[in-house]
Design a protein around this ligand. Structure first.
Ligand SMILES: [Mg+2]
Length: 272
């Protein structure tokens, strides 16, 4: 199905955006900042920062940034006070919205500690292994391991992890030269989004609210699925397979769309 660029149909969106309450979910990398070679270099432009800041000061508008980055990393990159931050693909929710029982969390931490020790002992003599501990998710990167050692390292890592995977103590995802460990239960950006919508909504009806989600990742698809019947789903970049109903070409167009919302909500005249 051919999708519309959301900037081309803004007149049709005015009714939706004029609803009393707006929740705006935004992914970070690739949505608010262009994709860069190293994650540390993904910095918000001054223009985008100003727009986000303006949005957060609008009445009855909630801006939620939802990212695969850890909560601490995301907050540190954005540093805007009134934003609601969600980290680690939805696993790290804002304070007071814990979904993970503390005893399960403690067990998970114990398990990660054990795995980290085993990895360090087994692969001590093979440099280049990078462990990224995001508390709920543990990533094991082997991109920097010497080419001729990679197969060996992969086998060793897999050997250490597989008993826990078989016993359903953790979920293992393999990415590009990375093993990613998660707790053994299903949670994703979609479920986090649902929880946040319910929290913001309270007793009010969802019909009085506008929900918008803008993202470019595979992991955003869960959120698109969750929101599809309730609001506006926008993917950044034209993808063949996405559940989003609309698209924006790039970060620049995301900026234009956010600017449109600010102007509409503040009653400024819009020129296009
Ligand atoms: Mg992204």
């Amino acid at each position: 199905m051919k999708k519309d660029n959301v900037l081309k149909i803004l007149n049709r969106l005015a009714t939706l955006l004029k609803k009393k309450e707006l929740i705006l979910f935004l992914d970070y990398d690739g949505t608010l900042t262009p994709i860069v070679s190293h994650p540390d270099k993904a910095i918000l432009s001054l223009k985008m920062r100003k727009l986000l800041n303006k949005l957060t000061f609008l009445k009855r508008v909630t801006v939620v940034l939802i990212s695969g980055r850890s909560l601490a990393d995301l907050k540190n990159k954005v540093k805007l006070k009134k934003v609601v931050y969600v980290g680690t693909h939805g696993y790290e929710l804002p304070e007071g919205m814990i979904f993970l029982r503390s005893d399960i969390f403690a067990k998970q931490r114990f398990l990660y500690g054990f795995i980290k020790n085993r990895l360090k002992r087994t692969l001590e003599s093979t440099p280049g292994l990078l462990l990224e501990d995001k508390k709920i998710i543990l990533s094991i990167h082997y991109r920097m391991v010497a080419e001729d050692k990679k197969e060996y390292v992969k086998r060793e890592i897999f050997g250490i992890l597989s008993p826990f995977v078989k016993q359903k103590k953790l979920l293992l995802r393999q990415g590009k030269e990375v093993f990613e460990l998660r707790p053994y239960f299903s949670w994703n950006k979609g479920k986090a989004v649902k929880k946040i919508i319910n929290e913001v909504k309270g007793e009010k009806s969802i019909k009085k609210m506008a929900v918008i989600y803008v993202g470019d990742d595979e992991t955003d698809e869960d959120a698109f699925r969750e929101i599809s019947s309730k609001g506006l789903t926008i993917c950044v970049g034209l993808k063949e397979k996405t559940l989003a109903k609309y698209f924006l070409n790039d970060v620049d167009e995301v900026g234009k769309f956010l600017d449109f919302i600010v102007k509409l909500k503040t009653g400024k005249r819009i020129k296009w």
